[in-house]
Design a protein around this ligand. Structure first.
Ligand code: 6PG
Length: 247
């Protein structure tokens, strides 16, 4: 597993540099006439990235090669302020005019168990497979202060060994129902990127990147791509306790 840890001045720099990386990967796929599949993360951190992509690369990226998926979704309708799809629609989709057939949202308004099954089928039919699991070109992840990623929470450690593609989970604090891809899908990707900013994540970032004793209790510590790369894009606050490495 090829790993890098990149620390940038502030969140805006993280968004700009990660946008450049994503654009480079999309262009490389387009040059080879192949589609590019990305599983997007939710929450507050990535909105800056999506806005930067939508504002700065609206007309200079072959978006027609891109298929947007979500790594997880809150079980709410798309118009709900909590919707990860709604956040991406406002910050990116509405700016780049991507074909609706290439937007593979999770139907947060559906019954969670049924939607987990339906979305698993949509992922399987839309992506190549390896070791019996779908292969994303890129999975973008955030990190919760409790060590969750996507919507795999500390109480969902069974999902780490699951052969399911998606699962229905529940946020341990809010009780909000979620749909998430599983860690086997994440670890099957060609590239996995954590985008983490903010002082409150610095401690858990250090524990996970330095593989500190006890960090195995965090789902995010089990994200170890089998074939692909793992990159951490951090701002100065989140990365204050770790060494930048460009392996
Ligand atoms: C979600 C995300 C989740 C998020 C972390 C960090 O749907 O909330 O997928 O995994 O990345 O909770 O959230 P913040 O970026 O808001 O800190």
């Amino acid at each position: 597993m090829k790993t890098s840890v990149r620390v940038f001045e502030n969140a805006a720099d993280v968004a700009a540099k990660l946008a450049d990386e994503i654009v480079m990967r999309i262009r490389a796929a387009a040059d080879e006439e192949r589609s590019f599949s990305i599983a997007l993360s939710g929450g507050s951190t990535p909105e800056l990235l999506y806005s930067f992509l939508g504002d700065e690369f609206r007309d200079s990226v072959p978006w027609e090669f891109v298929h947007l998926f979500w790594g997880d979704e809150r079980c709410v309708p798309p118009g709900n302020p909590d919707s990860n799809y709604g956040m991406v629609k406002r910050s990116l989709i509405d700016k780049i005019g991507i074909d609706a057939a290439k937007i593979h949202r999770i139907f947060g308004e559906n019954d969670p168990e049924g939607e987990a099954k339906r979305y698993s089928g949509e992922i399987l039919s839309g992506l190549p497979s390896r070791d019996g699991m779908p292969v994303f070109d890129l999975v973008l992840l955030g990190l919760g202060s409790d060590g969750h990623t996507a919507s795999i929470f500390p109480g969902n450690m069974d999902l780490l060994a699951s052969d399911s593609i998606c699962a229905a989970t529940v946020h341990p604090e809010t009780g909000q129902k979620r749909i998430t891809i599983t860690s086997r899908v994440i670890n099957n990707a060609e590239a996995v990127v954590f985008m983490v900013t903010g002082e409150n994540k610095a401690g858990i970032v250090r524990e996970i990147i330095n593989n500190e004793p006890g960090s195995e209790k965090y789902p995010a510590s089990h994200i170890k791509p089998v074939y692909g790369s793992l990159d951490w894009y951090l701002d100065g606050e989140a990365g204050q306790f770790v060494q930048a490495i460009h392996s």
